[in-house]
Design a protein around this ligand. Structure first.
Ligand code: B3K
Ligand code: ZN
Length: 886
């Protein structure tokens, strides 16, 4: 589901940059201030006496001086909301003191044993960071800085320790006791409590610590590694969820095998545990040997999960597994290096999914996500390089830039050197830095040395924010084509001037008469550079950035017939879908900004309809790819394309233009779309072609609905009633939810009644109403926020209702400003409960500078209202203040 984050306008209100700092202004942490920690902590022993409302933690830290750091006479142990019950050094009390949340302990010698005791109430932990209670079980989330909410510790990723953990708790409440590594002992205390002791032989930073205690059952199946070791793999869930865990377990095995074959990485413990919890701030967490997952990315069966949900489970399971090497064996020196593990691991999971599901469609999907989530971020007030220079709250930097653009940057290196040399670079990286906390610079150096390439200028991709724009012009000279490329990287907050960066572009020069040119890779190094290329025939058409080799915006005005040619004939499937997108973007931005003459508008619409018609008729296409070719660019992406230079985005005009085009396509191709729907409906669920059929079925319904709502309502109701899987059922209900039709209410009520006991499906019920095209969606969202199943305490539920709503461009950007007010109210209500999740809503309001002045003023006013509300969390304060500064 597309989460929209709209753009902004500078004249819309006074800037807050000069305002006096609020008394609660949190400090700025800077990358340049990094210093090694003065102490090493080679060993940690933790002893937990577990209870839902009262847990006692005794920590023993073996510390020794770090010869590579400045000498210190104290040790700073980070804490957040903790009070030490006792602090001993080598068994004796010492004169410790607090500095903010941290505990400062004097240490004079070379090595010491620090013993420190804390008590916590997991049931009161609504932030879901540290140790918290969820559905009667106890679990942890420590990345980035949650461990300091459990015990006092140097809670930074460059302090690596071997952990030994003992946990004791009530046998009935917590029959299963899990931690990182291997279980080395367990026993019964004979008083209704039991205990287990775990040892993780691999040194790790505190953010990878995990503990789970609860009433869980496992789906278990061994995996034999390439060297013949047998690894027990368990997926732990509540008993009632066990039947929906096979896909997760199979995905894990596939990921383990793929990482051996493609990256030469073998798993390194005898046990791999995954636990699913329903209260979780994000998707999943890669704790060593004990991944903790949001249930959304574990549980799947055809009745309750869509095909897209199945893919997401496979992708996230793989992502967390791949972190075992890219993140755990080699971790980050500091949090500015986050993309070292996240960008690399996203690339690895994308390559895995490409291999599992087909390269072309997966690449198109990944680029769509990048454009919908990362391009707007890079063009707004929260833009930052993939390796940021400063932050106030690191949780705010788990962004599409660090993750998805980070993956694109590494993918570019891979494209430039080829698969084999990239693999050599990765091997060198893992060999050089195994067991260390490394930097992005060290990663680039390893690729440089291992792959044999000079990446000096390429490093700019790590330090410069903003999406580069590449302007293309061409000239024919005899039998050659002279292609001239000009790059510019737009200014971003704190970075007014940029340098040109190496931009690898796969391209081919086709002839519109039919001959396809050979593909080659060029690297644009300079601000402006020309390339002489052979012609394949007359009327050359350049197919550029094939496969999306670089995360850039290509600026060119290609004749409509050239785009139609590429959309129908390009031999690169990505380029083919891209030509259609280009055709649609140019047309829709033209219509929305009122710059097209009526005959141009008619010609543009006719060309798009013709391209859609040929995608519908092309028997060489499979339905999965056909589906991609039948999707128009998202409204978020169209905002970006409209807000160029002085021109602002007009969400209302974009929505109207896009819906108008959908209606024109639906009207012109109604017969073909109905035939497609009928053909796809006849494909059985188990048929290998079933997936693609389900995808095009709902896309066809959406286009028919835009032109003929009554016909679409009847078809959707029939699809809903006949559905034997969630993809069809949800797809049909999504279309019905957007229509003011008699079929709507009954199906929505049926869906809720059918699945009311399944939280993940109830989330879908909230989302599809919040995302709908229905004219009363704002009233629906207000009513749903009062529904007995709605709670601000469960992040999945808040995201299902309010994040979906913020991603519904028509409703969120209602000219009255009501959409903005709903989201601002949620931020204010959620901030004291769960600041991390609250802050995630701010970017939706934050892009006011690139939006038309009326809405921009309303968005800005909501941000100011949040700011004025007083004591905000670090998370929300940082996002709101940056959004106001622009
Ligand atoms: N590393 C975690 C994300 C942690 C987010 C903390 N706010 C999941 C992942 O990216 O694999
Ligand atoms: Zn990750």
């Amino acid at each position: 589901m597309d989460i929209t984050t709209p753009p902004i306008a500078p004249e819309a209100g006074p800037a807050l940059a000069d305002a006096a700092p609020t008394p609660h202004e949190p400090p700025v942490i800077r990358r340049e201030d990094y210093r090694p920690f003065p102490w090493l902590v080679p060993e940690v022993r933790l002893d937990f006496t577990l209870g839902l409302t009262h847990t006692l933690v005794e920590a023993q830290l073996t510390v020794q001086r770090n010869a590579r750091a400045d000498r210190a006479e104290t040790i700073r142990l980070n804490g957040d909301g903790l009070a030490p019950l006792g602090v001993l050094v080598d068994g004796a009390p010492v004169d410790w003191h607090m500095d903010g949340g941290d505990c400062i302990v004097p240490l004079r010698g070379e090595t010491h044993l620090i013993t420190i005791t804390t008590a916590i109430d997991p049931s009161a932990n609504t932030q879901l960071m540290g140790l918290y209670a969820s559905n009667g079980m106890l679990c942890t989330q420590c990345e980035a800085e949650g461990f300091r909410r459990i015990t006092f510790f140097p809670d930074r990723p460059d302090v690596l320790s071997v952990y030994r953990v003992r946990m004791c708790g009530d046998k009935a409440a917590f029959p299963v006791l899990l931690c990182n590594g291997n279980k080395i002992a367990e026993g019964d205390n004979g008083d209704g409590t039991h205990w287990a002791e775990w040892h993780d032989p691999w040194p790790k930073p505190s953010y990878l610590f995990a503990l789970v205690a609860g009433d869980l059952v496992a789906n278990s199946r061994p995996f034999t590694t390439c060297s013949g070791r047998v690894v027990t793999c368990n997926i732990w869930v509540r008993k009632e969820d066990l039947a929906r865990t096979d896909h997760a377990l199979e995905s894990l095995h596939r990921a383990m095998k793929w990482d051996e074959e493609v990256f030469g990485r073998e798993y390194d413990l005898d046990l791999y545990n995954i636990v699913a919890v329903s209260d979780f701030n994000m998707g999943a967490m890669e704790n060593k040997g004990l991944n903790i997952f949001n249930t959304k990315y574990v549980l799947a069966d055809p009745d309750t999960a869509t095909d897209a949900d199945f893919d997401a489970v496979e992708g996230v399971i793989a992502h967390e597994y791949f972190h075992n090497w890219s993140g755990n064996r080699v971790t980050c020196r500091d949090w500015f290096q986050l993309s070292l593990k996240e960008g690399f691991t996203v690339l690895r999971d994308q390559l895995f999914s490409q291999d599992m599901r087909g390269e072309a469609v997966k690449r198109i999907e990944d680029v769509r996500i990048l454009r919908a989530a990362q391009f707007p971020e890079d063009a707004g007030p929260l833009a930052h390089p993939i390796r940021p220079d400063s932050y106030r709250e690191i949780s705010n930097f788990y962004t599409a830039t660090v993750y998805n653009k980070g993956a694109e940057v590494i993918r570019m290196m891979r494209s430039m050197v080829g698969e084999a040399r990239f693999r050599a670079g990765c091997d060198l990286y893992f060999a050089r830095h195994d067991g260390e906390a490394a930097t992005c610079e060290e990663f680039v150096k390893a690729i440089e040395d291992g792959a044999g390439i000079d990446l000096s200028r390429f490093r700019l991709w790590y330090s410069q924010a903003g999406t580069p724009r590449v302007a293309v012009s061409q000239e024919v000279e005899g039998d050659r084509l002279r292609l001239t490329l000009r790059q510019s990287v737009p200014p971003t907050p704190g970075q007014p001037h940029k340098q040109p960066m190496p931009i690898p572009l796969r391209l081919a020069v086709h002839s519109r008469r039919g001959a396809l040119g050979e593909e080659r890779l060029i690297v644009l190094e300079e601000a402006e550079q020309s390339f002489d290329l052979p012609l394949a025939g007359p009327d050359p058409v350049v197919s550029i950035n094939r496969g999306f080799t670089a995360p850039v915006i290509i600026e060119r005005t290609l004749a409509r017939e050239d785009l139609v040619f590429l959309a129908a004939h390009d031999d690169d499937p990505f380029a083919r879908s891209e030509a259609l997108q280009e055709l649609a973007v140019a047309h829709l931005v033209g219509v929305a900004s009122g710059t097209l003459a009526p005959d141009e508008q008619a010609a543009g619409e006719a060309a798009i309809i013709a391209a859609f018609a040929s995608s519908l008729a092309d028997n060489a296409l499979d339905d999965a790819m056909r589906g991609e070719l039948l999707l128009l660019p998202s409204e978020t992406y169209l905002f970006e394309a409209m807000a160029v230079g002085e021109r602002k985005a007009d969400p209302g005009a974009i929505h109207a233009a896009r819906e108008g085009l959908k209606a024109a396509i639906g009207a012109a191709l109604g017969g073909e779309l109905r035939a497609l729907h009928a053909r796809a409906s006849a494909v059985a669920r188990e048929d290998p072609a079933g997936r693609g059929a389900r995808k095009v079925k709902t896309i066809a319904l959406g286009l028919i609905a835009a032109a003929d709502p009554a016909a679409a309502a009847a078809l959707a109701a029939a699809q809903y009633d006949a559905a034997d899987n969630m993809t069809d059922r949800q797809g049909a209900l999504m279309v019905l939810a957007g229509l003011d039709c008699p079929e709507r209410e009954g199906r929505l009520a049926d869906f809720y009644a059918r699945y009311r006991d399944n939280a993940l499906v109830v989330d879908k019920w909230f989302s599809l109403q919040a995302l709908s095209l229905h004219p009363q969606v704002i009233d629906h969202v207000r009513a749903l926020a009062e529904h007995p199943d709605f709670t601000l305490r469960n992040p999945n539920r808040v995201r299902a209702l309010h994040m979906a709503f913020a991603g519904n461009p028509k409703a969120f950007h209602a000219p009255s400003g009501e959409g903005y007010r709903i989201i601002a109210d949620v931020i204010l209500a959620l901030d004291p409960i769960n600041p991390q999740t609250a802050a995630r809503f701010v970017p939706a309001l934050g892009r006011w500078q690139r939006i038309e002045p009326g809405r921009a003023a309303l968005m800005r006013a909501e941000l100011e209202r949040i700011m004025a509300a007083g004591k905000l969390s670090r998370d929300t304060f940082e996002q709101v203040s940056r959004s106001l500064e622009g």
